[in-house]
Design a protein around this ligand. Structure first.
Ligand code: PBG
Length: 334
């Protein structure tokens, strides 16, 4: 129970705000480089660092450059990097076989990072969209995104990533039953140490627009993802999904997008006390960058304020394209 506060003037709540020292002493939440997972985009070729037009400050990198990025992240104290493949239309097929090819760009990037920068944790993306000719996260049969056949493919994809050395598997596909199937396969194939961070509460969101451009999926996607990603009007359903994924063997759970769904982050953390992450997605990032480029907001301050909001909402960490910029700033302030 909350004790009654002495009335004014015995209680003056401004007392704790009067100086940087007293504000630091009474601050309830804090941010550090430890809180970040940095999503990066890998593509074919060598020596390539190609800007993503819809995401100022974000690049598609060839494997050698991803290794440099991983080293930079580790030096900044960022504990994990998350690999997304960029695939051109010519690399996409209906059977999505590239997804579990041990030598696809993503798996080559995992191997190269684990060889050169073993101290950074590597997270993956499990979904068919970046290998699928029609941009969907699952197989499409007669216009329907089919569940169980997709889960079989996602399990193959998971195992190829675990074999490449991934530390954290990141299923972003929203099919039913995938976490249990992945966990069983990881156990039986000798990958007991591999973690799963499930995109459990992933909404069908227009905030993913710039990402689809970054991975080459915007031209490819036919229709929308509403039959598998969540309806933005729902909140209880997020709790059911999180409970289901934890019971199937997820080690950590995610809410996505981030800022527009902080109410979900708070409910999830309070209900399950499990390691809870939010994804500050591409649209959230690009809105801040665009407004900052116009001089309408102070980009650095808004970046830090937006990241602190996730901690306040109860998140243990944040997937954010701002990770290196924010870590650099935080390290300087220390
Ligand atoms: C797809 C996937 C998406 C994102 C991560 N994994 C896009 C989608 O569901 O269409 C979005 C990330 C972002 O917007 O930053 N499996």
């Amino acid at each position: 129970m909350r004790p009654t506060q002495a009335p004014f003037p015995a209680t003056r709540l401004r007392r704790t705000r009067q100086s940087p020292a007293l504000r630091a002493l009474t601050r309830e939440n804090s941010l550090s480089a430890d809180d970040f997972i940095w999503p990066v985009f890998v593509r074919s070729g060598e020596g390539i660092e190609e800007p993503v037009p819809s995401m100022p400050g974000v690049f598609r990198r060839s494997v050698d450059k991803i290794v440099d990025a991983a080293r930079e992240a580790a030096d900044l104290g960022i504990p994990a990097i998350c690999i997304f493949p960029y695939t051109g239309l010519e690399e996409r097929t209906e059977d999505c076989a590239g997804a579990w090819d041990p030598d696809n760009h993503a798996n080559r990037a995992i191997r190269a990072i684990k060889a050169a920068v073993p101290e950074i944790a590597v997270m993956t993306d499990v979904a068919l969209d970046t290998y699928n000719i029609n941009g969907h996260d699952g197989f499409v049969e007669n216009g329907e995104i089919v569940n169980d056949r997709t889960v079989e493919a996602l399990v193959k994809m998971t195992l190829s990533q675990a074999e490449a050395g991934a530390d954290i598997i990141g299923p972003s596909d929203m099919m039913d039953g995938r976490i249990g199937a992945m966990r069983a396969a990881l156990e039986s194939e000798g990958h007991q140490r591999v973690m799963i961070l499930s995109y459990s509460a992933k909404y069908a969101s227009a905030f993913y627009g710039p990402f689809r451009d970054a991975v080459g999926a915007s031209g490819a996607l036919t229709g929308d993802k509403k039959t598998y990603q969540m309806d933005p009007g729902n909140s209880d359903e997020a709790l059911r999904l999180i409970e289901r994924d934890l019971s199937e063997g997820a080690d950590m759970v995610m809410v996505k997008p981030g800022l527009p769904y902080l109410d979900i982050c708070r409910r999830v953390k309070e209900t399950f006390s499990a390691p809870t992450y939010a994804y500050q997605v591409s649209g959230e990032y690009s809105m801040i960058q665009a407004a900052a480029e116009h001089g309408w907001i102070d980009g650095e301050k808004v970046m830090m304020e937006s990241l602190m909001a996730f901690k306040r909402a109860g998140c243990d960490g944040i997937l954010t394209y701002f990770a290196p910029a924010a870590a650099r700033l935080l390290n300087k302030q220390r």
